[in-house]
Design a protein around this ligand. Sequence first.
Ligand code: PAF
Length: 280
Amino acid sequence: MQIIQSVNEMQSHAIGLRSSGRLIGLVPTMGCLHEGHLSLIDIAKEKTDKVIVSIFVNPTQFGPSEDYDKYPRELEQDLEKCRDRGVDIAFTPSVAEMFPQDYSTYVKEEHISAGLCGISRPQHFQGVTTVCLKLFNLTRPDIAVFGRKDAQQCAVVKKMVRDLHLPTEIVIGPTLRDADGLATSSRNVYLSPVQREEALNISKSLKIAKDMVDSGTRSVDRVVAEVTHHLAHSRRIRVIYVNVVDRERMELARTIEPGKQLLCVAAWADQTRLIDNIEL
Ligand code: PAF
């Protein structure tokens, strides 16, 4: 496995790969790789000839009071996992090269980014689209693979690709869950066993919602109320939002149309911000 740090080297290497006819798959990550990331790598390997995993904790997608400084960084273990999984290139640029002191250009998607996480994290998606566009320019991917747990991120990045005519297909991999049901996330390492136990109520509440819809409930209000009620029982959980939205535009749904919508939840488990969703 090649490890590339320099942005210029990454870009000229990717241009070379493309001109030799290789299909490039990118899995963009912020490191602290877990089974969810590894499953996205498997998808990229299946669909392309050369898999690039970027590992970059992007400062521009964190708000001023968020966890940028304490975000888990485990580069050596991450590189080991990439090697074991058959990744061809690990791209590990520095903040100084990606966002030098005089950096001043951002990409902003204005509609899909506005609701859900965009309400409590107003700069977040601008940071995500900006870094993704930069990573796409540097790695020239034919496909880029994202995880469905970050459903709004997937919809925002897809929209950016469509609006800006980017020659990259966005592929969405399923949410991976640990055996207890918790969606895999780099932030899960923050959870103590007690916090984790309470955080499980998030995935349990999604299951309750799905069961309600499967048994005929079509009222968004009833489903949202039931999920909120379930989460209210956990002392350490504070709900940020519980919303039913359509999958592409992330607009609030009025009635439930099975197969077309997602129930999305964001909640604090004490100081850890968690998100999850389920297709209804
Ligand atoms: O999902 C993530 O880990 C990040 O938001 C991403 C896509 C790597 C951009 O920094």
